[in-house]
Design a binder for this molecule. Structure first.
Ligand code: AKG
Ligand code: FE2
Length: 200
């Protein structure tokens, strides 16, 4: 995993969690009541706007207070120290949200961080739906430097994708089936001028 990250800047790990663990998260996401979800926006603070033409998923930020959410955050904390030890990435903390794509939702091409304007370093995406098929859409496409398609990832349960946040343009194609993912970012401890960067 570390080798691929160091060499390519991204890695795709199938079966990151045991089935029972992944199912627990899937069930949790499915049963989370509507009032816990809100329309995702783009940009932060004053730049924060909801633009459903670009992204039409709904999100729920994870917190330490909820045991199932806390478990995931704890696991990512282990991953953070492991990455720091192996790759000297200097990752300081982690923020993560659940994302729910209703049929007909997508997230157009974007970067998760712009060089020098965000402290997001490494993006993580973990998928929850079992038995995802190609005809269900909702693929993650990762683009290379020359806009070539590097990877098309089916959002199949327990697949974890990690990529450098300011390097890889990516998109989520139109989902035809209710699609759940957990998207997070390992961050550097940098407050950028007046702009601090807490979870939205
Ligand atoms: O759900 C995915 O596959 C990726 C989501 C994404 O790119 C994001 O939330 O920034
Ligand atoms: Fe993204």
């Amino acid at each position: 995993m570390c080798g691929a990250l160091a060499e390519q800047g991204y890695v795709i790990i199938p079966d990151f969690l045991a089935e029972a663990e992944a199912n627990l998260l899937y069930q949790y996401a499915q049963e989370l009541p509507d009032h816990h979800w809100h329309l995702a926006g783009i940009g932060r603070e004053k730049q924060h706007t909801v633009n459903t033409g670009i992204r039409s998923d709904q999100i729920h930020w994870l917190s330490e207070e909820q045991p199932i959410e806390a478990r995931w955050l704890e696991l990512m904390e282990h991953l953070r120290t492991m990455l720091n030890r192996s790759l000297f990435m200097g990752l300081f903390d982690y923020e993560c949200h659940l994302a729910r794509y209703q049929p007909g939702s997508r997230y157009k091409r974007h970067l998760d961080a712009f060089k020098g304007r965000s402290n997001r370093v490494l993006s993580t995406v973990f998928y929850l739906n079992p038995n995802w098929r190609e005809e269900d859409g909702g693929e993650l496409i990762i683009y290379g430097e020359n806009n070539q398609v590097l990877e098309r990832v089916l959002p199949t349960q327990s697949t974890l994708v990690m990529f450098l946040s300011d390097t890889f343009v990516h998109e989520v194609t139109l989902a035809h089936r209710l699609r759940f993912s957990m998207t997070g970012w390992f961050r550097h401890n940098a407050s950028l001028g007046q702009r601090i960067d807490p979870p939205a």
